[in-house]
Design a protein around this ligand. Structure first.
Ligand SMILES: *Cc1c(COP(=O)(O)O)cnc(C)c1O
Length: 372
């Protein structure tokens, strides 16, 4: 497939980022070296956590959180069906059951009122996601988790640098995770980090990421994984982390730019961030007056004009693995399904130009006009 003229996302790599990577390549330790330690100290600071354990992906970080929670076949985990599929898959990989709770249509995050009603004897954990970088109600979720003795896992992979009630995202609950895939606010190509305030759990996570190996002896006390990250990636991510504030500022500007250009278009519902959002993607929705069946042809037409776009997120419960194992059908989580059927993610990255944003907005408005 031909690359679109205006991609859906694009990493921003500066000269300083390149120099940081070259410095690692000039040394001898490409993995498990000093850059990982530096990155872990820096990201723990960003998240307001005592411990950070860098791993090979955001998914690996979430999976370690599930393993350290001790999830097993009798465990239920309350989570959202409106997310990147990784946040539910990690629960399945532990043999546990993801119990989905529908979202709040305003925030697109877990509806906390509904969530409380789904707590049973088997519930062990809540896994919350900040969909598209908009903070979930972590303060409320923290009190629910505390009241019911549940582990709280914060999937902050889409929301680095965001806040909830003034507190940094990544600081809530027992565990949190960030991811560094190329479409994220900070990227290392691939990578992730598990965060916690518990030094013993962090030490176990450090063993688990390296085959269960004891760092102080010859043996392998745990059944581990290879979830190691490289110093090459850590140096790249650390360099980017140094300009996190300016990256977030720029992304907010791009979101404001789309709002200015699209707010008069009655066929669209625009994403509502708040002052604590970390903008990850820019996802508009078709307004109620437009049939959802118009969405896929619109995506195809945008791509035909060289504009990258996507349907975020396909509901997790309707994916084949979840349908087959749990018998989910259409209608199970109506808000998630209604929202998901109407979304269009538009090109969104730091370096997008005014002219490119003009072109995206004009093309989209033109296509919607012929829709009415
Ligand atoms: C990106 C992302 C992850 C982690 O993805 P990786 O590709 O494994 O780094 C996890 N959860 C959500 C919601 C994400 O968007």
């Amino acid at each position: 497939m031909k690359d679109p003229d205006i991609p859906l996302s694009a990493p921003e790599i500066t000269d300083a980022d390149r120099e940081a990577v070259m410095e690692v390549l000039g040394g001898r330790r490409l993995s498990r070296g000093p850059w990982i330690d530096r990155f872990e100290a820096a990201i723990a600071g960003v998240a307001g956590r005592r411990e950070a354990v860098a791993v090979s992906s955001g998914t690996a970080a979430l999976q370690l959180a599930c393993v350290l929670t001790g999830l097993g076949s009798a465990s239920e985990v309350l989570t959202t069906p409106f997310s990147f599929i990784a946040s539910a898959n990690v629960v399945l990989h532990c043999g546990a059951r993801p119990v989905f709770v529908d979202i709040d249509p305003a925030t697109l995050n877990l509806d906390v009122g509904q969530l409380e009603k789904r707590i049973t004897e088997g519930t062990r954990a809540i896994l919350a996601v900040h969909a598209f970088g908009r903070p979930a109600e972590m303060d409320r979720l923290e009190s629910v988790a505390r009241a019911h003795h549940l582990v709280l896992i914060e999937d902050a992979c889409e929301a680095i640098g965001g806040r909830c009630g003034g507190r940094p995202l990544g600081s809530f609950g027992d565990f949190s995770a960030f991811g560094f895939y190329p479409n994220k606010q900070i990227t290392a190509g691939e990578g992730g980090v598990l965060l916690t305030d518990d030094a013993d759990l962090a030490a176990r996570a450090r063993r688990l990421r390296n085959q269960g190996r004891d760092p102080h002896g010859p043996g392998y006390p745990d059944l581990g994984y290879n979830y190691r990250w490289t110093d090459i990636q850590a140096a790249l991510a650390l360099s980017q982390l140094g300009r996190l504030e300016s990256i977030l500022h720029r992304r907010r500007e791009v979101a404001d730019g789309y709002r200015r250009r699209l707010e008069d278009c009655e066929s669209l519902v625009l994403p509502e961030g708040n002052s604590e959002t970390s903008w990850f993607v820019y996802v508009v929705r078709l307004a109620d007056g437009i049939e959802p069946s118009a969405r896929d042809p619109l995506l195809a037409a945008l791509r035909g004009q060289g504009i990258g776009c996507a349907a975020y997120f396909p509901p997790i419960h309707l994916q084949p693995v979840y349908r087959d194992r749990f018998g989910y059908r259409e209608g199970a989580f109506p808000i998630t399904e209604q929202v998901a059927a109407r979304t269009l993610a538009l090109p969104f990255f730091n370096q997008i130009s005014e002219a490119q944003q003009d072109r995206v907005a004009e093309t989209l408005i033109g296509l919607l006009r012929s829709e009415r």
